[in-house]
Design a protein around this ligand. Sequence first.
Ligand SMILES: Cc1cc2nc3c(=O)[nH]c(=O)nc-3n(C[C@H](O)[C@H](O)[C@H](O)COP(=O)(O)OP(=O)(O)OC[C@H]3O[C@@H](n4cnc5c(N)ncnc54)[C@H](O)[C@@H]3O)c2cc1C
Length: 53
Amino acid sequence: MSAVKKVLVVGGGIGGQAVAIAFAKKGVSVEIAERLEEYNVYGVGIIQIVKDV
Ligand SMILES: Cc1cc2nc3c(=O)[nH]c(=O)nc-3n(C[C@H](O)[C@H](O)[C@H](O)COP(=O)(O)OP(=O)(O)OC[C@H]3O[C@@H](n4cnc5c(N)ncnc54)[C@H](O)[C@@H]3O)c2cc1C
């Protein structure tokens, strides 16, 4: 069992969300602090399949 009970993840991008999910799956209470009111992924379309490559 983890000694860590609660973590604060700063930044709710894909990295922060992945970390938050990983902690939550281990039973750790997670809070995400995101400075933007609305989540905005600049690189929308994380997985892209480009034609003819
Ligand atoms: C124009 C552009 C196009 C892209 N296109 C692609 C693509 O086609 N495919 C692809 O795979 N990747 C693409 N990317 C890259 C992709 O967007 C990034 O690799 C990915 O978003 C990084 O995720 P991250 O969680 O590390 O950071 P971010 O997505 O940048 O998330 C960081 C979050 O932390 C928040 N934050 C920062 N500082 C603080 C603070 N002090 N307090 C609270 N919150 C804070 C920010 O507001 C942000 O929401 C592109 C990037 C750009 C800029």
